[in-house]
Design a protein around this ligand. Structure first.
Ligand code: NDP
Ligand code: BG6
Length: 483
């Protein structure tokens, strides 16, 4: 298999919040890896902008250290790193004042793509949009990239959309959900719409239910303040799990272009039924001998925020009426393991009799780690003893099937930033999509207020027992959380 890197035209990328955690951990290492892969050339420029007083040299040092820590660069990369650092500049700038804006304006070159990455707290998004406009940088060639969280409810998301729309057209706004940049998530679309095999079966007539699990083994250390105001519903379900649900449930778009794909996703969100309180289970992790409890980590001894949530979701449309989607996500669970399992119905009639047992096909899309696709099929157990059936996986691990190509897969931020430069919005959320997601989420969160506090669960478990009951009462069971 040949790797095809398509170079992008020279661009200017400004990272507001260029000294922050996200810039150092994700954005700058991603750019470095794309540079090393030959996708961007020496004409492009990356400009960090934040209040910290630094000159270009000081910022380059910071970037070099960040890449050393998070980018995987070793001594043999030194030359590539120095060339990359030569592309970097810095402006001391205040989003809410005039400091630095004329200097930034002077650095932006006319006639090429300029992208402005808002890697700052969302309360600055409106100010940045306003200042870019005021200083003549909000022209037709520019794009803005905004990070999550995009609001904390429908009202705040609408205000944010309106603040951005004052100066930018929707075609210039790139709302990041980094799950959409993950290779296996894109593979979901390839599997569904590139194969004849699945589409005829992809509906409530053949699919019993679908499980979406995003399990993490780490807690909320270091992000307690943010997380305790968000919780798993806002932090993960409203965005990442919702996007996975959309890609699984949507109708085939007519084309793989931004609006065709996003129109279909939006239809799914609008078809979601309101979730009854009885179909939601929230949890909060407890301490172990060596690790603090959730409440201790967020320094809020009465916190009623969930670090785990499970929901049963129904979609009212022709394709999915009657097929439940079970969603769950949480921190400090048994493993870091994310997957989507499409569980097909039993064969309508077993010709092998009762002893052969109950068998069903399950298509599992493993998102992380060990990305791959597995199809469980039923075969005859080898050997004598009559017709005994057994389920075995037809397993395709991407690492095995694609060899070194699989290792060369860019991470989500690499893919998404290059898409911004290319002007491809397919993997970014549209404003109406985000609002629809909040419109569905808000009543569920409002229901928490009347609800009992989250159920405690043990670190390293699969979440609270009540989450098991949520699916058991329908005669189904969660799949094991296993990396
Ligand atoms: P940090 O707090 O680490 O960084 C914030 C950045 O904003 C710093 O560079 C800071 O620099 C700058 N800043 C603060 N005030 C101003 C101002 N008035 N004018 C200009 N710059 C300012 O945050 P993160 O990097 O963690 O997060 C950035 C955004 O990304 C947030 O919206 C967050 O929700 C989102 N995000 C972060 C993730 C992560 O893993 N970190 C994951 C997903 C989303 P200085 O103090 O020098 O001005
Ligand atoms: C972020 C959430 O958006 O996604 C984090 O804010 C979460 O709480 C992270 O840990 C998970 O991302 P990934 O790529 O590690 O699955």
């Amino acid at each position: 298999m040949v790797s095809r890197i398509i170079p992008v035209d020279p661009f200017d990328l400004v990272i507001f919040g260029g000294t922050g955690d996200l810039a150092r951990r994700k954005i700058l290492p991603a750019l470095y890896r794309r540079f090393r892969a030959g996708q961007m050339d020496e004409q492009s420029r990356i400009i960090g902008a934040a209040r910290t007083e630094l000159d270009a040299r000081g910022y380059r040092e910071m970037v070099g250290e960040a890449i050393g820590e998070f980018g995987g660069g070793g001594a043999e990369d030194a030359r590539g790193l120095q060339e990359f650092l030569d592309l970097i500049d810095y402006v001391t700038l205040d989003a809410r004042g005039e400091t630095g804006w004329p200097e930034l304006r002077a650095l932006i070159r006319e006639g090429r793509v300029s992208a402005y990455y808002f890697s700052v707290a969302p309360r600055f998004f409106g100010d940045l949009a306003q200042q870019l406009h005021k200083y003549g940088m909000a022209d037709g060639n520019c794009r803005i990239v905004v990070e999550k969280p995009f609001g904390r409810d429908l009202e705040s998301a609408k205000l944010l959309n309106a603040a951005l729309a004052r100066h930018f057209d929707e075609s210039q706004i790139y709302r990041i959900d980094h799950y959409l940049g993950k290779e296996t998530v894109q593979n979901l679309m390839a599997v569904r719409f590139g194969n004849m095999l699945f589409e005829p079966l992809w509906n409530s007539q053949f699919v019993d239910h679908i499980q979406i699990t995003v399990a993490e083994s780490e807690g909320v250390a270091g992000r307690g303040e943010y997380y305790d105001r968000a919780g798993a519903m806002r932090d993960m379900v409203q965005n990442h799990l919702m996007q996975l649900l959309c890609l699984i449930a949507m109708e085939p778009p007519a084309k793989f272009d931004p609006d065709s794909v996003r129109d279909e996703k939006l239809k799914v969100i609008r078809a979601l039924d309101p979730v009854r309180p009885g179909n939601v289970v929230r949890g909060q992790y407890e301490a172990t001998e060596t690790r603090p409890s959730y409440r201790k980590q967020v320094e809020n001894r009465d916190s009623a925020t969930e670090s785990f949530i499970a929901l049963k979701v129904l979609i009212s449309n022709w394709r999915w009426a009657g097929t439940p989607f079970y969603l769950r996500t949480g921190k400090r669970l048994r493993d870091r393991a994310s997957e989507i399992a499409v569980v097909f119905k039993d064969a309508p009639h077993s010709i092998f009799g009762e002893e052969a047992g109950r068998h069903r096909n399950i298509l599992t899309i493993k998102l992380q780690p060990n990305e791959g696709i597995e199809l469980g099929v039923t075969i005859k157990e080898p050997g004598p003893g009559g017709m005994r059936l057994v389920d075995v996986p037809l397993d395709m691990s991407f690492a095995e099937a694609l060899g070194p190509e699989a290792d060369a897969v860019p991470d989500a931020y690499e893919r998404l930033i290059m898409d911004v430069i290319r002007g491809n919005q397919t993997l970014f959320m549209r404003g109406d999509e985000v609002e629809a997601a909040w419109a569905w989420t808000d009543p569920i969160i409002a229901g928490f207020e009347d609800d009992a506090p989250p159920h405690p669960y043990a670190t390293g478990s699969s979440g609270p027992d009540e989450a098991l009951a949520l699916i058991h009462r329908d005669g189904r069971r969660w799949r094991e959380i296993k990396a």
